[in-house]
Design a protein around this ligand. Structure first.
Ligand code: BGC
Length: 715
């Protein structure tokens, strides 16, 4: 008998349920405490897993209670939301998506894992893989953006990065892909609201990133809080047991979201905790996070005959297996045994700076307002986000302190050491206090340029942060307008740095500014990353991973829409359009300016006729006709022109990058397997249909900017 079976055969019911329980830690002056319970619960084996505990010595202290003082000595599994860095923060995930660089996506997860593991942790509740096409939903900031295929690329890179090549290593974290699945299309973009979308959309849009995570070997999965057409994910047997376990062969651990099992009562599908616990266990949830429904409810559910001991044992077995894979039985103190050295930390900060700069999307640069060169002698730095260390973290800041981020003020001082920089916030982020406005205007006098830092506070995106108005909060718009007016009188340019966890609907701002950098939330090195771009030390290369709306009424907005029977046509009334705004986004998916000037030509696609087993390759020539070195990103989309089920107008299949010096040219090759052109037919089964498929290559999802060719699919 192996270790796990031996343990199982000697465990009491209480000890088994302890392994299925995850409880949050709080901190008292004296050290870590456990909410609503005492450390006695760990010693008695009634709690087997913890969350929200960081710091090697505190983790080891708790671990000691389990390993040395509980009857069976089973180590604790301790998890934390390491979403975009732990103590050193990288850009929020939506910002990082803008890099379109799997190597970087993997690297930031690897670095975060090393840092979190050095803090004693063994599990992260990441990556967050919810495709989001509705910027009202605050959690858009945590995820991969609007495109399912992009989500699959990010999923694989993140799982590899967090978990490394061997989960038992001292610097590996178990990843937990979340929130499975279809959490993004909550009704009206409102957090935790019901989801009711077609099975096809679930399978084609929301499932693929999770399939990719499973294929990459993800250790755990967290069901979403939400219901899908009336069946909460926490109790969704078809999605958990059916899809995850049976169809995808996932045999890792399923961890409920925070209190989600008890919330089955609010959803209206369970009368009490025992019933809720039974539904979740039956559906396939192994660990109960924070509801205490398994611990207290499953014994009653057993008595009622709602669950069997075998079902409980199967869940316990999976939890113990994960602990074993993590090496926790062999050495529960391995993670956090050594602290990281200063050079590693320094190197990580440097990576954060580079990746921060690469996540920033330049939305406008009229008359080459950027970069500001050395001739700038005096700069006015304005706005509530100009000197805001805590906000630079964005949502889910891990264990990063409020003061550890480089602010824009600090970054610009370092980037322009010879310039005189005057600074004022002007107005707060969200309140309507205008008393600081006139002092801010004073700062503009005699300066060569204004850098205006506006946007959302970190906590305005992330969980429980839906917004119905997608403009600048508070009185920031009024402030910006007086700044623009003054700048026009003074004939000086205004560079806007926009911070947000979602694309903000601010067409007036983009119109009035000379240059706009969408900075998302860049993390620990925010100010330096921004300084690098503004000074021209780095060249902007980020590309938005979400369509950027003109009006909030356009959402949900995404490039992968299906064709209408009445496509929009100017002057033709009965076509698919708005009376008051254009259909297209202000900035399409993939948009982002650079300091170069790229021209694309000569798209060559081979073969011109392809069977399912072939690979399709597109080559395109790129020339930089600009005056500065820059990096261009190319996207390859397909459109299946005629199919048994209408296919999206564009489907992303590949992306690639090329760096070119001024005047230089080069070739970018993008390829994908023809088998990817399979889709779910009328009966939701995969089909490969013969006929013409358009291959479109270019800088973003705006069809008018894409070069195209046709490939004929054959048997
Ligand atoms: C969130 C999860 C998170 C968990 C633990 C929940 O409220 O939805 O994403 O992992 O809390 O912090």
């Amino acid at each position: 008998m192996n270790r796990i079976e031996r343990l199982l055969s000697s465990m009491t019911l209480g000890e088994k349920l302890g392994q299925l329980t995850m409880t949050a830690c709080g901190y008292a002056v004296t050290g870590p405490t456990i909410a609503g319970d005492s450390t006695a619960a760990i010693k008695s084996g009634a709690i087997g897993n913890l969350l929200n505990l960081v710091g090697a010595s505190d983790v080891h202290e708790m671990q000691k209670l389990a390993v040395e003082q509980s009857r069976l000595g089973i180590p604790l599994l301790i998890g934390y939301d390491v979403v975009h860095g732990h103590r050193t923060l990288f850009p929020v995930p939506l910002g990082e998506a803008a890099l379109f660089d799997p190597v970087a996506w993997e690297l930031t997860a690897r670095e975060a894992a090393k840092e979190a593991a050095a803090d004693g942790l063994a599990l992260t509740f990441a990556p967050m893989l919810d495709v989001s096409r509705d910027p009202r939903w605050g959690r858009s900031a945590e995820g991969p953006g609007e495109d399912p295929w992009l989500g699959t690329c990010i999923a694989a890179a993140k799982v590899r990065g967090f978990q490394g090549d061997d989960l038992s290593k001292a610097d590996a974290l178990a990843a937990c892909a979340k929130h499975y699945c279809a959490y993004g299309p909550v009704t009206a973009g409102r957090e935790y609201a019901s989801v009711d979308i077609s099975e096809r959309t679930v399978l084609e849009v929301h499932l693929p990133p999770f399939v990719s995570a499973v294929h990459a070997g993800v250790a755990a999965i967290m069901p979403a809080f939400t219901d899908l057409a009336g069946v909460p994910m926490t109790a969704n047997t078809a999605m958990l047991r059916g899809w995850l376990r049976e169809k995808l062969g996932f045999n890792g651990v399923i961890i409920s979201d925070y209190n989600a099992i008890a919330e089955l009562i609010h959803h209206g599908i369970a009368a009490d905790k025992p019933a809720a616990a039974a539904l979740a266990l039956k559906a396939g949830v192994d660990i109960d996070m924070m509801a205490d429904a398994y611990r207290h409810g499953l014994p009653i559910a057993l008595e009622r005959g709602l669950v069997t001991l075998e079902e409980i044992d199967a869940a316990v077995r999976r939890v113990l297996e994960l602990k074993e894979r993590l090496g926790l039985f062999d050495d529960p103190y391995r993670r956090g045994a050594r602290s990281e050295n200063a050079a590693d930390l320094q190197n990580r900060r440097q990576r954060s700076r580079e990746i921060g700069a690469r996540s920033i999307v330049m939305l406008k640069n009229a008359e080459a307002a950027l970069p500001l060169t050395g001739r700038v002698k005096r700069l006015a730095l304005l706005g509530p986000l100009a000197d805001a260390s805590a906000e630079m973290r964005g949502p889910w800041w891990g264990a990063a302190g409020a003061t550890g981020q480089v602010t824009v003020l600090e970054g610009l001082r370092a980037s322009f050491p010879a310039a005189q920089i005057t600074h004022a916030a002007g107005v707060p982020i969200a309140d309507d206090d205008v008393s600081g406005m006139s002092a801010a205007l004073q700062c503009c006098e005699g300066t060569d340029a204004i850098v205006l830092c506006v946007g959302e506070a970190a906590a305005m995106s992330g969980e429980a942060a839906s917004r119905a108005h997608l403009g600048l909060p508070g009185v920031q718009r009024a402030f910006c307008e007086v700044v623009f007016a003054r700048a026009r009188q003074l004939h000086i340019p205004v560079i806007v740095v926009l911070f947000s966890g979602r694309p903000l609907v601010v067409p007036w701002l983009i119109e009035a500014a000379d240059a706009v950098l969408a900075a998302w939330f860049p993390g620990s090195e925010a100010g330096n990353a921004i300084g690098d771009l503004i000074s021209g030390r780095s060249s902007p290369s980020g590309r938005t991973a979400v369509s950027w709306p003109r009006a909030a009424g356009q959402v949900p907005i995404f490039f992968g829409e299906r064709p209408s029977g009445r496509p929009a046509a100017a002057g033709d009334h009965f076509t698919s359009k708005y009376l008051d705004v254009a259909n297209d986004p202000l900035f399409p998916f993939g948009f982002g300016l650079t300091y170069g000037k790229f021209e694309l030509s000569k798209l060559r696609v081979t073969p011109r006729s392809a069977s399912q087993s072939q690979s399709i390759e597109a080559r395109i020539e790129v020339a930089n006709g600009g005056a500065r070195a820059a990096e261009e990103t190319l996207f390859l989309f397909t459109h299946d022109v005629l199919a048994s089920v209408a296919r999206p107008l564009l489907e992303l299949r590949a992306f690639g990058k090329i760096k070119l010096a001024p005047g230089a040219r080069g070739t970018v090759t993008l390829s994908f397997a023809a088998s990817e052109l399979r889709f779910l037919g009328i009966n939701l089964q995969p089909v490969f249909e013969f006929g013409d498929v358009e291959i479109l290559v270019g800088p973003c999802a705006d069809r008018s900017k894409l070069l195209s060719a046709v490939v004929h699919l054959v048997p």
